[in-house]
Design a binder for this molecule. Sequence first.
Ligand code: FAD
Ligand code: SF4
Length: 565
Amino acid sequence: MANPYDAIIIGSGAGGGTLALHLARAGKRILILERGPFLPQEKLNWDTSAVFLENRYHTTETWHDQDDKPLHPQQAYYVGGQTKVYGAALFRMRAEDFGVIQHQGGISPAWPITYADMEPYYTRAEELFHVHGDLGTAPSVPGGFASSYDPTEPFHSKPYPYPAFSNEPRMAAIEADIRKLGINTFPIPLGLKLNEANPAASKCVRCDTCDGYPCLVHAKSDADINCIREIMNLPNVTLLTNSRVLRLLTNAAGTAITAVEVQHTDSSAPTTYEAHIVALCAGAVNSSVVLLQSANDKHPTGLANGSDQVGRNFMYHQADALLALSTIDNHDSYTKTWGTNDFYFRDTDPSYPFPLGQVQPVGSFHHEMMKGDAPPLTPGFILEGMKRHAVPWWLTTEDLPDPNNRVTLRNATPSSLAATQPGPAGPHPDSGVSPSNQSAAVTLAQPGHIKLSYTPNNTKSFERLKDRWVGILKQAGHADTSIPFHAYFKKRIPLEGVGHQNGTLRFGHDPATSVLDIHCKAHQLDNLYVVDASFFASASAVNPSLTIIANAIRVADHLLAEVLT
Ligand SMILES: Cc1cc2nc3c(=O)[nH]c(=O)nc-3n(C[C@H](O)[C@H](O)[C@H](O)COP(=O)(O)OP(=O)(O)OC[C@H]3O[C@@H](n4cnc5c(N)ncnc54)[C@H](O)[C@@H]3O)c2cc1C
Ligand code: SF4
């Protein structure tokens, strides 16, 4: 029987949503399997206590760290994945990030493709996700435009599709004072649908609850709104929500996926689906989990794991939020408008010849965010008072791939499946087809408990970055004191804060050291692709989504030209 689908796409986040859009618009018959429902559009989307204290939009599943301590990951399992709650700061990696970079903590390895290879896809990704930005007035460079604001910005073949956000008064004042110290600042590229020239036509109302929150008015460019809802009613698209993929089944030789085994939350027995190709886009942790759970006699340590690299090299950035407190009252409710990359490749101290990282504002900030870790019974008005004098900054340093930082399955006992919630579509009529795993399975078809082992690295540069930024803020008169945010607010930065997870199924030319080839096809399987943050060979120090989106467009082009012809 011919496959009912050209492609099964597992997960609908930054990678899966983008891939689905491109294959669907090309007329391919696709089945999207998403473990979560649509995120409810409700007033609580913008309620800080509900979002940050009650974890309303985070999974309740428990992972474990390397010491077997329980971990409550801040994972949003919804159509659109983590992009439903992200900050939409949509950066290109720097051109140098694609090469080898020597850090204090070790080597950041080269990618098997260059910035020039990715540039056209970055341009298309910025168009798809409505990115607002500004390159300024720099003279053109070969291949396009440079930035007069940020010397680290790589060339763009086209300017940003939408104008940069303006500053609120307080952020404008800080930026002006910082610039007087000779620091280059640049407008942060943002995927929020704001129309400042014509506010009546603006979807974004520039609220103070953006990064970390779902957007109540659907004005954030996310993979749900910008991708899935654009295609979900096409006749060639089937979307099954509340449908968690447990494992992938192979042929007897173990060379191709024959079926995808799925647990729908409204049925007790798993169902299987078939397609010509399978694209795993479940996020860097869960894509590894699916491969590990799919072990069979031809792939005894997990599917596509001949190189023993599946799940290894997990990265999620050294990232910290820092509250700069000053005597100046801050009544603005601002978003992330400007940042600096002046420490991206270097320190100001020539005796420390290593990259430090990036600085950007946290953006929207509320005193409830500090409540979780503030001393018990700290009155709300004290936190509110602190908030009024605080500007929070988000600092990121690259963490380096370490094979011991890895995702493994603690055991094969079931973890709890999400509560049953109705999806927009029922089970597909073809779901009666039940192909068996022709290669003998060696694990239970149950979700295993996830163990995430991580030892931070490259931390000296991160500490320096924090020192540099506090020094600059003080010099500019904008920080009488500063507090690492997570001393007060534990929910974002420790291992629970896996928002920037990447690198667990890295791509490369050599099957002995990588899981995926340069088209993100598993080296060991003919029809398995991984199209999410897993493919990163190194993490860079910029936010990952634009690179995930651009790569998904790149893979879609390849599939349409070479595979699904
Ligand atoms: C609070 C927060 C703020 C962030 N801010 C930014 C930012 O400003 N800029 C930026 O670039 N990035 C930001 N990020 C990171 C960004 O959201 C992620 O890098 C990006 O969404 C990852 O894309 P992905 O496709 O790899 O995975 P995801 O977007 O996580 O998508 C994976 C999808 O797969 C589904 N899934 C998982 N397992 C299964 C399974 N077994 N079966 C079926 N479906 C499954 C999930 O439900 C999800 O929908 C932020 C993240 C968070 C949490
Ligand atoms: S700032 Fe704009 S895009 Fe962000 S949540 Fe508010 S309205 Fe939505």
